[in-house]
Design a binder for this molecule. Structure first.
Ligand code: ADP
Ligand code: MG
Length: 243
């Protein structure tokens, strides 16, 4: 095992199951595909942030994560990288359909993380779609949504597709059964905007073997409840940069 960095976040130090990459502080030290490494390089990401240091060694091993870190701490890459790596490892292709769903509370945040996905995922061949309502016609989306590999959506729009898109609704359990990685981003805000029921409906269909990454800026009681419902044997990672 490489030595732990002196200032390693507490999540690593308290965890007796950390993988042998827990000492890594640079992206290049992680066992990532060349495609992802090239995407990170091109976007000028080299040194990991604390939440990335603490969570990636676990999420890259396929574990569920409950990650709490304040806004601006770099949670987006902490889930985009494991998605790219998982689908790449599975040789996910255009015929395989939806391999990952990322749920984000607002259109703005969904749009921002979609941009990060496009930048860092630039050298991969996955298709990705932004389902956020308003900006695009839902009718047009319906024809394509089942063919996309990575969906970035707001909870309302995802619900709408479940209700209205042929084969999306009826194939939902099949879709979720094949899905590899579910991300609930800014989960505290998703709950704040009133989508507790939607989230519960989605996570209630958890197939065995799916990886779920739950990220939040705060650790509230509702987040703990959601985590209990949606995560299997998760790594609890809490990073407080100023603590
Ligand atoms: P959060 O979701 O925790 O609020 P973001 O993922 O949106 O944070 O990242 C906040 C900012 O930090 C973004 O501008 C992002 O580009 C930048 N950032 C994230 N990770 C790194 C990194 N490893 N190195 C440099 N900048 C980073
Ligand atoms: Mg974020």
């Amino acid at each position: 095992l490489p030595p732990l960095p002196k200032d390693a976040p507490i999540g690593i130090l308290q965890d007796d199951k950390f993988s042998r990459y827990s000492g890594a502080t640079m992206f290049k030290e992680l066992p990532l595909s060349k495609r992802t490494q090239d995407g990170l390089k091109r976007a000028n990401f080299s040194k990991m942030t604390d939440i990335q240091i603490a969570s990636l060694p676990h999420s890259l091993c396929g574990r569920d994560i409950l990650g709490a870190a304040k806004t601006g701490s770099g949670k987006t890459l902490a889930f985009i990288i494991p998605i790219l790596e998982k689908l790449y490892k599975e040789r996910w292709g255009s015929e395989d359909g939806v391999g990952s769903i990322i749920i984000s509370p607002t259109r703005e945040l969904a749009g921002q993380l979609f941009d990060v996905l496009k930048t860092v995922g630039k050298f991969h061949n996955f298709s990705a779609g932004l389902l956020i309502g308003g900006r695009r016609e839902v009718e047009m989306e319906k024809e394509h949504v089942n063919a996309l590999n990575i969906l970035v959506c707001t909870p309302g729009r995802l619900l709408q597709h479940m209700d209205e898109t042929p084969n999306f609704d009826s194939d939902l359990s099949a879709l979720l059964a094949r899905e590899q990685v579910l991300v609930l981003d800014e989960a505290d805000r998703i709950l704040d905007v009133g989508f507790k029921k939607t989230l519960n409906a989605i996570v209630a269909q958890l197939p065995k073997g799916r990886q779920t990454l739950l990220f939040s800026a705060t650790q509230t009681k509702s987040i703990q409840d959601l985590a209990r419902l949606s995560l299997k044997d998760p790594e609890y990672i809490s990073v407080h940069e100023d603590a």
